[in-house]
Write a protein that binds this ligand. Sequence first.
Ligand code: BTX
Length: 325
Amino acid sequence: HLIKSEIVKLLIENSTGYISGEEMSRQVGCSRAAIWKHIEELRQAGYEIEARPRHGYRLKYRPDRLAPEEIHPHLQTERFGREMEYICFTPSTQIIAHKRAKDGAPEGTVVVAEEQAEGRGRMGRVWYSPPKTGIWMSLILRPPIPLAEASHLTILASVGVREAIQKETGLDVQIKWPNDLLINGKKVCGILTELRGEYDQIHYVITGIGMNVNVSESDFPVELRKIGTSLAIETGRTIHRASLLATILKELEQTYFIYLQEGFSAIREKWEQGAAMLGKIITARTAQGSVTGVAERINEQGALLIRTSTGIVPVYSAEIDLPEN
Ligand code: BTX
């Protein structure tokens, strides 16, 4: 798909005028016949490319797909998204990413789908993933950290994704511990961290990210309308998913590199700036019962510290009830 990416990039750069087949074949380094074949395939995929004799090609319409050739022209990363698998329809990108990771896929490999039939949430819950309106992706990581610190990865992913949404849309995004991003109190993105490891060693981590981008209010099933939102609902405009995905990968990579170089405390500070709940009275529902108190901060393990009448309680896994507004 690299040749195709180059062709799309040239078409985008020259979309105010024409670019000749000869010029493209020179820049891409393949024959004119190969260029023509790729142009045909792009047309099949929904691109409108005008061909004018003696002038060349001009891009008239670019579909909003998450295919690698759409993302690559925007990609500014070293590793994240450099290997990418694009699927139209799948039960879950997590399942595919687990297979690829077991087969040795390099760190930074991304699996992305236009639609999921059984998107996974935590604890057997389902993540609603309608066609062509979201970013449903799984990222393979191979962090050199002990198993006990795996929760750092959910936290750093929420910091990176928050940064990306804010940069692309200007919206104010709040992080709800442990794995949700909210806009105006509604869920716009969920993060799922799954891993394989043994003897305190992590083999690999799959970071699943589900983001409602161009989902409209009527697209949401009734039961999600009150709790879910999308970037299009909040901004009132359609968002170009491919460039958003490139920004997400850039911010995630940056956050991940900072984490590996400087450690968790650098990430924790950024997390605290975006946390929806710090200083508020919350209720954490855990497997062992409910804890109510003031959310103070997160500790070195990524656990949420809650100040109760009897002292500070660390919570490692829970559902959080936030106070109204
Ligand atoms: P979670 O268990 O924290 O959240 C799941 C809950 O969120 C559901 O029970 C429902 O109430 C609500 N919900 C479901 N779908 C949506 C939606 N589209 N928008 C807002 N709220 C919703 C969060 O789990 C982690 C989700 C990760 C999803 C990604 S998508 C790519 C990757 N592949 C995969 O199968 N899962 C991950």
